[in-house]
Design a protein around this ligand. Structure first.
Ligand code: GLU
Length: 400
C-alpha cells in the first residue's frame, strides 16, 4: 500500500505550473527554450506598490494578521467592489487568501460533500477541474467550443444542472481561451440560474482588467442582483497589478460562506503574507493608469500572435476579448507525421513536438478540457513572441 493518501490519485499536478517549471529547467540546463506556458504578466510590479511593501515592513507590519486579512485591506477591497463592480460587500463579507487558488480551494473544501456537482465550462483553468475532486465533488464539464466563442449557452447550462449541482464556475475573461461574457451573455445565464435556487455561482474575475477593444467587463452579481446572496465574487491582485508572486487573492460573498472559508484557512496558511497585504492596499487604492498602458502592450502582442498563428499550417486561432492567452485549434495537425516519423495523435503530442524540435513550451488543450487545442500565454516580450511564433510556423510547416 502506498504511503500517500488515496485521494492523491484523484488529481493531477497543475499542468500550467508543470510546463512553466519544465521550461525553467530546460533554460537552466542551457537549452534555447521560449516559455509560453506561464500565465503571468512579464511586467514588474509597479514601483509605488514595491515602496508600500517596504514601508509596511518598516512600519512593523510583520506579525500575524487576522485570518481573513487586515481590516484596511478588506476596506480597500470593499471600496473596489463598489467602485468597479457596483457591488456592496461589507468587510465581514470579504476574505483574503494566498492567491485566488487558495480562495477557490477554501470555498470548495467548505461546501462540497461527496457527490456534489460542480459545473465547469470547458475549456477551463486547470485547477477548477481538480480541486473539487479532492473533496469528492464531481466535476461536470460542459463543452464550449470555438464555434460558440468558447462560451456556455443558457441551454448548455440548463442541461447540466441536476439536483446535485452545488456550484457553477464562471471565468470571464477566461483562462485559457480569453473569451469574455458580455452583459447579455451573463443575463441569459442568470435567467437560468434564477430558476435553480440551489445552485451557487463562483465568478472568478481575476482577468477583469485585462481586456481589449470595446469589451466591457461585468460580473454576474452585478448583472443579476438576485443572485448575489449565492455568488462568490473572486478576484486578486496578481494579473492587473503584476503581483503573481505576492499571493493575494480575495473574494466577496455571503457571511456564512466567508466564515466557513476563513475557518478552513485558520487551519492551513492562517493568512497571506502581512507584507503582501500592505502592498495590495497600495495596489487597490493607488494609481490605476498603468493598467491601460500594460493592456496596450498586451493587445499588440495578442494581434501579433493571432496573426502569426493563423499563418501556421494546420492551426486556427480566434481573437480573444481578454486575458493574455490564445487558445488555437491544432486540429489540422492531427494525423500528420513529424520529420522523424511520429504521428501527431493528440494536442499533447503536438506540444511535445514543438518543445522537442523548436524549444517552444505551451500547454496542451487536454489539460483545459477541450481538445485539440493548445494554450499560448503572450505575457512575454514581443521579440520573443515573434521568434516563438516563427518556430511554431516552422514546426507546423515540417509536418506531412
Ligand atoms: N493562472 C496561471 C496560469 O494559468 C498561473 C498558474 C496556475 O496557477 O495555474 O498559468
Amino acid at each position: 500500500m502506498s504511503f500517500v493518501a488515496s485521494r492523491l490519485s484523484l488529481i493531477k499536478p497543475s499542468a500550467t505550473i508543470a510546463v512553466t517549471q519544465k521550461a525553467r529547467d530546460l533554460k537552466a540546463a542551457g537549452k534555447n527554450v521560449i516559455g509560453l506556458g506561464a500565465g503571468e504578466p512579464d511586467f514588474d510590479t509597479p514601483g509605488h506598490i514595491i515602496e508600500a511593501a517596504k514601508k509596511a515592513m518598516d512600519d512593523g507590519l510583520t506579525r500575524y494578521t487576522p485570518v481573513n486579512g487586515i481590516p484596511e485591506l478588506r476596506e480597500a477591497i470593499s471600496e473596489k467592489f463598489k467602485r468597479e463592480n457596483g457591488l456592496d460587500y461589507s468587510i465581514d463579507e470579504i476574505t483574503v487568501g494566498c492567491g485566488g487558488k487558495q480562495v477557490i480551494f477554501n470555498a470548495f473544501m467548505a461546501t462540497l460533500d461527496p457527490g456534489d456537482e460542480v459545473i465547469v465550462p470547458a475549456p477551463y483553468w486547470v485547477s477548477y477541474g481538480d480541486i473539487p475532486l479532492l473533496f469528492e465533488g464531481k466535476v461536470v464539464t460542459v463543452n464550449c467550443p470555438a464555434e460558440n466563442g468558447f462560451k456556455m449557452t443558457p441551454q448548455d447550462l440548463e442541461a447540466a444542472i441536476t439536483p446535485k449541482t452545488k456550484w457553477l464556475i464562471l471565468n470571464s475573461p477566461s483562462n485559457p481561451s480569453g473569451a469574455g461574457y458580455i452583459k447579455a451573455d451573463l443575463k441569459a445565464l442568470a435567467d437560468v440560474l434564477m430558476k435553480h435556487p440551489h445552485v451557487w455561482i463562483m465568478s472568478d474575475d481575476i482577468y477583469e482588467h485585462v481586456i481589449y477593444d470595446d469589451f466591457k467587463f461585468t460580473t454576474i452579481a452585478q448583472v443579476e442582483p438576485g443572485l448575489k446572496d449565492r455568488t462568490l465574487t473572486l478576484n486578486g491582485v496578481s494579473k492587473a497589478y503584476c503581483m503573481t508572486g505576492w499571493r493575494v487573492g480575495y473574494a466577496g460573498g455571503p457571511k456564512e460562506l466567508i466564515g466557513a472559508m476563513t475557518k478552513i484557512q485558520s487551519q492551513s496558511t492562517t493568512h497571506t503574507s502581512s507584507v503582501s497585504q500592505g502592498a495590495a492596499i497600495a495596489a487597490l487604492n493607488g494609481p490605476q493608469g498603468f493598467i491601460a498602458d500594460n493592456n496596450k502592450m498586451f493587445k499588440e502582442r495578442r494581434d501579433l500572435v493571432v496573426s502569426m498563428l493563423n499563418q501556421a499550417n494546420g492551426l486556427s486561432c480566434p481573437t480573444p476579448e481578454g486575458a493574455f492567452y490564445v487558445y488555437p485549434s491544432c486540429a489540422g495537425t492531427i494525423g500528420k507525421k513529424t520529420p522523424d516519423g511520429k504521428v501527431i495523435e493528440t494536442d499533447e503530442d503536438f506540444v511535445t513536438y514543438m518543445l522537442e524540435t523548436e524549444g517552444v513550451a505551451a500547454v496542451q488543450g487536454a489539460a483545459f478540457g477541450l481538445s485539440p487545442h493548445f494554450r499560448v500565454s503572450y505575457a512575454t516580450g514581443t521579440d520573443l513572441l515573434e521568434d516563438a511564433c516563427q518556430r511554431i510556423q516552422r514546426a507546423c510547416g515540417a509536418l506531412t
